[in-house]
Design a protein around this ligand. Sequence first.
Ligand code: MN
Ligand code: MN
Length: 330
Amino acid sequence: MKPNFFAPITGSVMPRFAGLATLMRLPYLDFDHEAFPLVDIGLVGIPWDGGTTNRAGARHGPRQVRDLSTMIRNVNRASGINPFSLCNCADLGDTPVNPVDVMDSMARIKTFFDRVCDAGVAPLSVGGDHLSTLPVMRALAKNGPVGMVHFDAHTDTWDGYFGGFKYTHGTPFRRAVEEGLLDPKRTVQIGIRGALYNDAEDTWGQQQGIRVIDIDEFHAMGIEAVMQEARRVVGDGPTYVSFDVDALDPVYAPGTGTPEIGGMTTLEAQWAVRALRGLNLVGGDVVEVSPPFDTSGNTAMVGATMLFEILCVLADSVNSRKGNKPSVKA
Ligand code: MN
Ligand code: MN
């Protein structure tokens, strides 16, 4: 195997519009590939929107994010982090799904991520609607609950839908807390907004100890203080990063199922994710990119870039757990 096997294909050898589209132009490999034991971070698509309650389409997210992620280069200009020099990253492909069965899809997704997580590979996935995070957490949090930094317009801690069906993209984090996968006291939700059915509807999470920073508090505090608070909440325990693109204002990310105006800007989101550097990060995702609602590909480009921002802080964290000294500029 060539030593540069895990490097993204450079645009000066193969133009960025050419070749097969993999996430960030990384090598695609499956679990049986001889290089799989070397992988530190596995990028995975979850082409599924079976949990969507309104505008469907996120099942098409991974394919379009792969296409637009070919724009991503190696080095984060702001932080100096080159994730591909810190960790072996690969595109592990898409999980199997059953587009007509929610429970079967979650089982298939969980089985796939068992193989990722049981091999010690940190998962970084592209949804898919937000219910896809639940089977990832079932595979990831086998040794105890994780904390979470969650960017979203919605808390996704509703109880059920249509008379008690428990699994939708509005319920994953209630289920994750109930199943002992997510520690509510180490969870912070950032960017929450939008109208409710009634004023008592969305308080369950806070009763469990989740720190909710809605968009008004986000702007009143300022990003630096918000992220200081987020770091305080999650502490130094294992922490997952979940980024729903509807955390962004629909001006920046119209291609999503449940847009809410008054959201954060793309630059604010980048600053926020960069501020997670140094935390004990164990995985992450970008979800709810829905290409049918933005055929220009802009939302997928935004999603791909946020995926890169998460990859940078995740790779820094994974690398420091390997005992290597940080290769980043001081
Ligand atoms: Mn969500
Ligand atoms: Mn949302």
